[in-house]
Write a protein that binds this ligand. Structure first.
Ligand SMILES: [Zn+2]
Length: 493
């Protein structure tokens, strides 16, 4: 048996001004052909899980490309085509099946439905052989995408610490199909409901935790092989945006529609619980002004690179600069100009600069600053968990500078943060600061659970948690939370 294996993931944000090119894929991981087997076989990503299962079955692997570009604004024109042609050029038209890991929320300057376009081209090459696709649970599922795959399976966990297991599940479904034990059949329903990822963690007491339980219990029923939820990323705006459920069966008669209806109804009834718990920095400061035990973790989630924002907001820096806070504050800002300036003047020098909001200039202004250059950092770090666990990545040549009580890690380029890997790799111990600004939509609640206090901030930005404050353009009304109804509102499927 010959099975093609590949991965091409990227999460886009249509509210962000930044653009992403091939370099972002190279900064995370981009392996081609046999390199995939060498570099990912012992990894934690989807392809690692799929390879373990497929190799154990004795299948011959046809490695395509495996890459993750992280999150950001649109992919620049030509980037998607470049990745597609690298992937498709390695496709063997005689394969017996295809396993592919995609994100499902790619946004491109020159292709409105990238995942659909890729799958159409793969189908044309391989014909009707089984294709199983695994997706991030922030994927946008459409009937068209589903029709091009035999089965779609999503991450079960948010934070995403189950990429490997998702690869295992996807590849196992493919083997069941190839062995004649299942005729994979996938059905979906989609609510006209957008939820902020900030309140949709599957380990926190959120409605998604309840959905996790319900999906797992359905998977125990005869004929049902996989049940996935896709709350999607609200920050990659689509006309038919919403939360989808997908049920994969073995082809035997199962009343899938009733199960889908029930899942949708339960989630719709919980919609008000997705209201984000966010605060103004001024309120957080007055609430914590007399706290001795630190650090207080404040998440400027609207600028989270993991949400597709540029990571270059200086909004909170400006607020701290003009606040009465005298205790040590730690912030991270992407600004290649300031990083280069600091490196030019050297450790111990004082620099005057304007920092931040150079890419994302829609939501804030650059901030004037005089700062001391403390140290440099080559940018290399290793993800300590999540969907890129164990992957060596980089934020590029970076500098640590300090203005009064505010220490700033100034990086050359954005990279998704799982925990404090980037601060730690720069030699910064978050425990030594009173206020630590992270740019993390939801995960900070768990990875910083040890910290005495944690707050999400209500700040402007491309990853704003309060969805009612975003400038929507194309998402068709009605949709929750902009519109409401006692009866569930559905997208047509
Ligand atoms: Zn995700």
């Amino acid at each position: 048996m010959k099975i093609a294996v590949g991965a091409m993931l990227y999460e886009g944000n249509t509210f962000a001004r930044g653009e992403t090119g091939l370099a972002a894929f190279q900064s995370n991981y981009l392996f081609e052909g046999a390199e995939i087997l060498e570099r990912l076989i012992d990894g934690d990503v989807e392809v690692s899980g799929a390879l373990k299962v497929l190799q154990a079955s004795g299948a011959t692997i046809v490695p395509l490309i495996a890459t993750h570009g992280g999150c950001g604004g649109k992919l620049v024109a030509g980037c998607f085509e470049e990745l597609c042609s690298r992937l498709l050029s390695r496709m063997d038209c005689d394969v017996d099946g295809v396993y592919l890991a995609l994100h499902g929320a790619m946004v491109c300057a020159d292709e409105p439905e990238p995942e659909v376009a890729l799958m159409q081209r793969i189908r044309e090459l391989v014909g009707s052989v089984p294709i199983v696709v695994t997706l991030d649970l922030h994927a946008h599922i459409t009937p068209k995408l589903l029709s091009l795959c035999d089965a779609i399976v999503g991450y079960q966990h948010y934070p995403h610490d189950d990429a490997f297991e998702t690869g295992v599940r996807g590849a196992s479904l493919l083997l069941q199909s190839l062995g004649g034990r299942a005729r994979l059949t996938s059905r979906m329903r989609k609510l006209s409901l957008l939820v902020p990822p900030t309140t949709a963690g599957t380990r926190l007491p959120t409605p998604m935790r309840e959905m996790y339980r319900q999906c797992r219990s359905l998977e125990g029923l005869p004929g049902i092989l996989a049940v996935s939820y896709f709350p999607s990323t609200p920050w990659a705006e689509r006309p038919d945006g919403g939360t989808a459920f997908v049920v994969v069966t073995d082809g035997t008669a199962v009343d899938v529609e009733t199960h889908l209806e029930k899942l949708c109804t339960v989630l719709w009834r919980s919609r008000s619980r997705f209201q984000p718990d966010v605060h103004l920095l001024e309120d957080v400061i007055s609430l914590t002004a007399h706290d001795i035990a630190g650090p207080v973790i404040v998440s400027e989630m609207s600028d989270a690179v993991g949400a597709g924002a540029a990571g270059d907001s200086a909004y909170i820096l400006e607020k701290f600069k003009h606040s009465a806070v005298q205790t040590p504050v730690l912030i991270q800002i992407v600004d290649p100009e300031v990083s280069a300036l600091a490196r030019r003047y050297g450790v111990g020098s004082r620099i005057s600069c304007v920092i931040g909001n150079k890419v994302e200039n829609r939501y804030g202004e650059p901030v004037e600053l005089t700062a001391e250059v403390l140290s440099f950092f080559d940018g290399a770090f290793t993800y300590s968990g999540g969907l890129m666990s164990g992957i060596r990545a980089t934020v590029g040549p970076s500098a640590v500078i300090r203005a009064r009580n505010i220490t700033i890690l100034v990086t050359d380029r954005p990279a998704y943060e799982y925990a404090d890997e980037q601060y730690a790799a720069a030699g910064l111990n978050v425990r030594e600061f009173q206020y630590v600004v992270v740019k993390n939509p939801m995960n900070f609640q768990q990875v910083y659970a040890w910290a005495p206090k944690r707050f999400g901030l209500d700040t402007p930005g491309a990853g704003r948690a309060d969805l009612t404050k975003l400038e929507w353009e194309s998402c068709q009304r009605p949709f929750y939370p902009l519109d409401d109804s006692e009866e569930a509102i559905y997208r047509s499927t």
